[in-house]
Design a protein around this ligand. Sequence first.
Ligand code: ATP
Length: 503
Amino acid sequence: PAQTMEELVSLCKRRGFIFQGSEIYGGLQGFYDYGPLGVELKNNIKAAWWRSNVYERDDMEGLDASIIMHRMVLRHSGHEATFSDPMVDNKKNNKRYRLDHLLKDQKADVQARVAELMGESVENFAALVAALNANPAQASQALRDAGVRDSFSGEVGEWTEPKPFNMMFKTTIGPVADDESYGYLRPETAQGIFTNFKNVVDSTSRRLPFGIAQIGKAFRNEITPRNFIFRVRELEQMEIEFFVVPGTDEEWHEHWLEKRLKWWEDQGVPRSKIEILDVPKEDLAHYSKRTYDLMYDYPTLGHEEIEGIANRSDYDLGSHTKAQGELGLVAKVEENSDSIAKLTIPHPETNKPVVPFVIEPSAGVDRAMLAVLSEAFTKETLENGNERIVLKLKPHLAPIKVAVIPLARNKEEITSVAKAIKAELQSLGLGRVLYEDSGNIGKAYRRHDEVGTPFCVTVDFDTVGKGEDAGLVDTVTVRDRDTLSQERVKISELAGWIQAKLR
Ligand code: ATP
């Protein structure tokens, strides 16, 4: 695995996985662009998720809801009121920080001093942040008295009182910018699922338990985007809302925890690198009855969230439904007089309408990219003493499955065979197969090691009967990324050979 974030960032830029957004104008913080290989890897991760969670189950439907949503959706979901982080400004340079991030950036003695001034302990970090947030005047005094330093300049800052900052992007809809004509870019894909619950049930005749899966972009105006693609403002999520009979929710929560850990393992992210955090009651989000956060051990960052698996109880459907009073809701919801739909489904035993509980596994695509790349990243010393970087990606995730290389790029008899092989392998539907004639073969191998191409197929003079060994006519060399073994395979058997290896 990668040892530092830096070596990943460098590989991603050098080989065309990930670029800074709007780079030619100096870059835009918190936005990244996925390059030629990044888009393939990302698509492969999403496809693997969709295959496992939709196609391989018979209790799941897919959805692709719109990104911009009616402001009522985000009001009744609770996001208008609570989707905020406390932030503080440094008056000296007008820089703004998320309070918990600022505190994490401080030396241990400064953190301890802040805690002492607030009558809290650093060990219970969440309680300390909560205390700072709840007592703005005392908090700004404590930050000053403890000598809290600016994260970037390193100088002691002059801190304002913490204020909540809503992270939703708001946008004008239509030609008139009046008080009513606005909507939000969704901060999570989940709300599109809840608002379509009735549509999906009515059109598919689903009964409990069943789920709806969705992959798509979400937007959060993070105060301090950082750590490469770990914390960005435009992100992509892979989310499931799994609807269950109330009372069976805890069992299903465990089911999904197990399923998701297994999935990460199948993508090359082992269980031993993921800590399961049973989120303490006082840190739970407003909708959650219980949440497991999967904390992957990222290079440089250490254990940070890669996926949250929440028991959202009947909070969401209960918040978006009309006739809340008649439904015996368990969650505490705000009154809703705007919704025109009753979000219930018949109880499978009694047939009485019930608002189901929801288990939500929610994973970030960008954080998945980072984890998958990090686990695959390998530095090896070869027998001849040379060092190589190789991405040992699972074959189903590799951006390029096979590179077909003609040993001489201007010998028609060789290039035509290589092109025919490329066309045949491409037609198998494995993903990208690349015809590669960009230079010397050693360089091509090195490049394909670094981007994780499982196989390189070389067409040489022997293949076309112009070499020394007549026994090698109509065969090619297949080089294995991981073992570096080179095997001669008959062209007529190549497709089957590759298919078997990539399965
Ligand atoms: P954090 O505490 O790290 O801000 P969160 O608890 O707000 O994350 P959730 O709201 O649970 O995150 O979102 C579900 C998933 O979406 C996360 O597990 C993560 O993979 C992804 N995610 C959330 N915010 C971001 C972001 N700013 N950049 C990249 N991925 C994100």
